[in-house]
Design a protein around this ligand. Structure first.
Ligand code: FAD
Length: 517
């Protein structure tokens, strides 16, 4: 469609919406000429954490309620604006423009008022403590509010300044996942606006197809406007431990030992230490000098685990940690522990963020790669990874930790490696920063090409990995990604977003016209 014609059509659409709803558009619809259209390139809606893709929308909607979103999607579903797409934007912490909508409409979810309702279950009451919270609210907001009554969600991400709807559209994993499953396994109910504009409440027993479609659904089926999240008692403090290894097999064996102790261990992660700098960069809560000087050109590994300390319940986390570490095979005396408040523990990446921000190292390109790797392929994957990067120059953490497949609900849209017999699956996060001072545009391209090669090689049957927060270059690659689950994913799309209006930045489906459906 010609640009001017497209702009006119969007103007009319925006004008109609502005007239018939109280929602606010950032740009005045009357100023929506082609020059203003170009100006939108500088808005947050065309930017994300990755700083790799910068797709400008035509308009940005700041809804005041789910009804505004419903109005927009109902209108677009019934109209002939055959090119317009819509992306919900949570906190914009995607890597590859997944929350962007080129020439479409971005809905900024943080504008919906986020009143948080906490229900604390009584001793004689059936059911669970839970929180009802807006889809655009951040996990940090939920933590702050729930801690006021001594509760907290069970399952987390490492970083808390992500939106509820954004992480539930993927999975939401961290060191608690081995015990409670991902965040999408800890949701009781959702309010969703489908691609057709219907406002629906869904749960495992009500509109269950929509419920499971949306969880891990990459924003393809509907926009989450509210979620009911499971809560549990929050500890006051946490004992947080790091143990170091110079052998990968011993490292993963000990991780799997801790995986088998969910009654004692409350959090389990781990990371590769490719160089001295990377170690210091992840140690803000730990002493700066651990008495551990990695030799040059040798890669080390670190297990990180934590035990909750409920002073009121008389637990002694220090003793629990002692008993656990006695069974581990880390390098002699290279085990360190600190006691921190539960809030500071969960919010630990914020400290790193502040430190990186102060050095100008946060708002830089992030060519990240995240993969789920079956246990049988983790050693090969580690070798493939270390062969493909230069450990001495690597900037950023490389997370490696195990999860249990049976904590994931196979009805959701999330994708794990295909082999169902493999209970243990590792998540590997290659969380690289590409600081412009040390990595030019060419170097960044090179990293992205290498990531692509690693992902492709690891997806082959020998390793059998799947991407988490996936990015694929073509519809064919997406089919491969979903494998046997593709037909169900596509059927859900036809049911809930038949015109493929939603989340175009994922690049899975092309927008279709009403007449072709
Ligand atoms: P956005 O980038 O705003 O959106 C992501 C996708 O979800 C888009 O397709 C968007 O259209 C869609 N979407 C957004 N809101 C909604 C909604 N309400 N309803 C439906 N669809 C919606 N992930 C983990 O699992 N574990 C981690 O520990 C972890 N740590 C991270 C740390 C950092 C510093 C960063 C940058 C990311 C991290 N992530 C982690 C990845 C993160 O979970 C995803 O990128 C997530 O999508 C970010 O949420 P967001 O609100 O920023 O989403």
């Amino acid at each position: 469609m010609e640009l001017a014609l497209f702009c006119t059509k969007v103007n009319i659409l925006v004008l109609v919406l502005a007239l018939c709803s109280p929602c606010k558009f950032i740009q005045s619809p009357m100023e929506f000429g082609s020059s203003d259209f170009l100006q939108t390139r500088n808005t947050a809606a065309s930017l994300d954490f990755g700083r790799l893709v910068f797709n400008s929308p035509s308009a940005v909607l700041r809804p005041q309620s789910p009804k505004d979103i419903s109005l927009l999607l109902t209108f677009l579903s019934a109209s002939s604006f055959g090119e317009v797409t819509v992306a919900a934007r949570g906190a914009g912490h995607s890597i590859h423009g997944q929350a962007q909508a080129l020439d479409g409409i971005v809905i900024e979810m943080d504008s919906i008022p986020s009143d948080i309702y906490i229900h604390k279950k009584g001793d004689d009451e059936a059911g669970f403590s839970h929180a009802d919270i807006g889809g655009g609210a951040l996990w940090i907001e939920l933590l702050e509010e729930s801690l006021k009554v001594g509760l907290a969600p069970r399952s987390w991400t490492d970083y808390l300044y992500l939106s509820i709807g954004g992480t539930l559209s993927h999975g939401g994993v961290s060191g608690q996942t081995f015990k409670y499953g991902p965040q999408i396994s800890n949701v009781l109910r959702l309010d969703v606006v489908t691609g057709k504009g219907e406002l629906m409440t869904c749960s495992p027993t009500k509109n269950s197809e929509l419920f499971y479609a949306v969880l891990g659904g990459l924003g393809q089926f509907g926009i989450i406007t509210r979620a009911r999240i499971l809560l549990q008692d929050a500890p006051q403090k946490v004992r947080w431990v790091r143990a170091f290894y110079d052998d990968f097999d011993t490292f993963t064996r000990d991780q799997e030992l801790l995986l088998s102790m969910p009654d004692s261990v409350d959090y389990l992660e781990g990371f590769i230490v490719p160089n001295q700098l990377s170690l210091l960069g992840t140690s803000i809560a730990f002493p700066a000098h651990l008495g551990f000087a990695p030799e040059l050109h040798k890669v080390y590994y670190c297990i990180e685990f934590a035990v909750h300390d409920f002073q009121a319940k008389g637990t002694n986390a220090e003793q629990v940690v002692e008993k656990i570490t006695e069974q581990m095979s880390h390098m002699p005396s290279l085990v360190y522990s600190v006691e921190v408040s539960y809030f500071d523990f969960l919010n630990r990446v914020r400290m790193e963020e502040m430190s990186l921000r102060s050095r100008g190292l946060w708002e830089v390109p992030h060519p990240w790669l995240n993969m789920f790797v079956p246990k049988s392929g983790i050693k090969d994957f580690k070798d493939l990874l270390l062969d493909s990067i230069s450990p001495e120059e690597f900037e950023g953490p490389i997370l490696v930790y195990p999860l249990l497949r049976d904590k994931w609900d196979a009805n959701t849209s999330a994708v794990l490696p295909d082999e169902p017999a493999e209970q243990v699956v590792y998540i590997v996060g290659v969380l690289r920063s590409a600081t412009p001072a040390s990595c030019s545009a060419r170097c960044l391209d090179d990293i992205l090409r290498r990531n692509r090669r690693i992902a492709e090689a690891a997806s082959a049957p020998r390793i059998g990995a799947k991407q988490y927060l996936p990015r694929h270059p073509s519809p064919l690659h997406w089919r491969d990604h979903f494998g046997l689950r593709w037909n169900r994913f596509a059927a859900r799309k036809s049911l809930f977003d038949p015109l493929s209006l939603l989340a175009p930045g994922q690049g899975i489906f092309a927008r279709t016209h009403a007449s072709t459906v």
